[in-house]
Design a protein around this ligand. Structure first.
Ligand code: MG
Length: 311
């Protein structure tokens, strides 16, 4: 469950594409509403999270509206959702968001320790749908598979399509289907890795669900985060989705083979990203033609050395 956007991940399934085995893993932060109107969290022995807590899928972000007229207006719209006048719905919403993210962070720390102990380099690839994450992975896997063992956790709301593609390219893959969920969380990654069993010293790519918003909030315990922006999107995307580009270590500008056909100002896009995140590195690639792939593979090798130096 993403408290910020209200999406649910209660239908999450894992598919081991090596064996075809499928398992429902549910959602560890899943809460549901009781007959008395309170929310209960499965993972905490059915304790009550907060009376008057109003988790609903309307998509508005309570963080930014506390005390504002806007928020009061929104609350009035949903009077029926919190019929406990003694509770402060604004306060309980903050607590719940913080709790979900804090719980995720603890799971992410466990993943980080696990990756470090097994010398697995974990890279979290994030982008909007259609930016070319899977195509980038296919070519990267084809280029690197003779030099190192490659593993992929493939996140999508539905289908095994991308998992099958990266498997065909030469990596062992586990597909995570999040159902209504819009991002991977650290617990899903822990469950996926337990099935995938990446080798000691291997490279693990985590292809997040296509979404520029929520994946930025959920650490997976990865070493590096890569935001992929394709030139068929707007060059103002870094300014519009600052959390994603602030969280990223690297921005990969993809589909540069299409630059002649689209109104995309590369310099403007890079300046936007650097204004949001001065430390962000930028590489330009075409996963389709292979342009720029050598620099990306060098970047992965540098990430490997950095990870090894930390271990
Ligand atoms: Mg994909």
């Amino acid at each position: 469950m993403c408290a910020t956007c209200g999406c649910g991940a209660s239908e999450t399934t894992l598919t081991n594409l090596q064996t075809g085995e499928r398992a429902d893993i549910g959602d560890h932060a899943h809460a549901h509403r009781q007959a008395d109107g309170t929310w209960r969290d499965h993972d905490h022995g059915h304790e009550t999270i907060g009376e008057g807590d109003h988790r609903h899928a309307h998509g508005h972000d309570h963080h930014h509206h506390h005390g504002s007229d806007d928020h009061n207006h929104v609350d009035r719209d949903h009077q029926t959702e919190h019929s406990h006048p003694q509770a402060d719905p604004q306060t309980t919403t903050i607590d719940l968001n913080a709790r979900i993210l804090a719980k995720n962070d603890r799971a992410a720390e466990r993943n980080r320790a696990w990756f470090m102990g097994r010398e697995v380099l974990a890279l979290n690839l994030m982008s909007a749908p259609g930016a070319g994450k899977t195509t980038l992975l296919e070519r990267t896997i084809a280029n690197l598979k003779d030099r190192q063992k490659l593993f992929v956790l493939e996140g999508d709301q539905a289908t095994d399509n991308d998992g099958e593609r990266v498997k065909a390219a030469g990596a062992a893959a586990v597909q995570i289907n999040t159902g209504a969920g819009c991002h991977l969380d650290a617990e899903m990654v822990a469950r996926g890795v337990a099935v995938l069993k990446p080798d000691v010293g291997s490279l693990l790519f985590i292809e997040n669900v296509g979404n520029l918003v929520c994946p930025a909030l959920f650490s997976l315990g990865e070493h590096k985060r890569v935001a992929i922006l394709s030139v068929t999107e707007g060059d103002d995307k870094p300014s519009k989705y600052p959390h994603m580009f602030r969280a990223a270590h690297l921005m990969l500008l993809n589909k540069i083979d299409l630059l002649a056909h689209v109104d995309f100002d590369v310099e403007h896009a890079i300046n936007n990203a650097k204004r949001i995140n001065p430390a962000i590195e930028v590489l330009q690639v075409s996963a389709r033609t292979g342009d720029g792939m050598a620099a990306w593979e060098d970047w992965i090798a540098r990430a490997r050395h950095e990870a090894d130096a930390l271990a």
